[in-house]
Design a protein around this ligand. Structure first.
Ligand code: 5GP
Ligand code: ZN
Length: 124
């Protein structure tokens, strides 16, 4: 039974799989069969949420051709939710950090959406 639950709730040691499974609480914004979105616990801007695939893909470097539709949906859903969160007029930033040089700290693919203030560029 425990093993079965593990299979359904994704990678057992991944915090974002646990958030998807409801084992770690989050401020959920959106959920469907493939995608989950929630507010970042440590917001770097007035609006800061994460859009993630339910499928455990470690990072953008691990995307396979079969993930093309999912990746496109992820980006489009991020845009829709950004509009709902009030970013339509002034925009914001859509960011994917990857591996060590990208500053990735959670090894489950996630798209950051930030906005609500002017954001600096380039990153440090
Ligand atoms: P990364 O640095 O990997 O691109 O981004 C990971 C993001 O996940 C960080 O912005 C961090 O604040 C957020 N985060 C880490 N743990 C949790 C958590 O348990 N809940 C939520 N809502 N966000 C988290
Ligand atoms: Zn995961």
């Amino acid at each position: 039974m425990k093993r079965l639950r593990m299979l359904y709730s994704g990678m057992s040691n991944c915090i974002f799989c646990k958030i998807i499974a409801g084992e770690i609480p989050s401020k959920k914004i959106y959920e469907d069969d493939e995608i989950f979105a929630f507010h970042d616990i440590n917001p770097a801007a007035p609006v800061h949420f994460l859009v993630i695939p339910k499928k455990h893909i470690e990072n953008v470097m691990e995307l396979e051709p079969e993930d093309t539709m999912l990746a496109g949906r992820l980006l489009h859903k991020a845009q829709e939710l950004a509009c709902e969160q009030g970013l339509q007029e002034k925009g914001g930033r859509f960011v994917i950090n990857a591996k060590s040089h990208g500053g990735q700290t959670v090894d489950h693919l996630h798209l950051h959406v930030l906005g609500g203030r002017a954001l600096g560029w380039p990153p440090g």
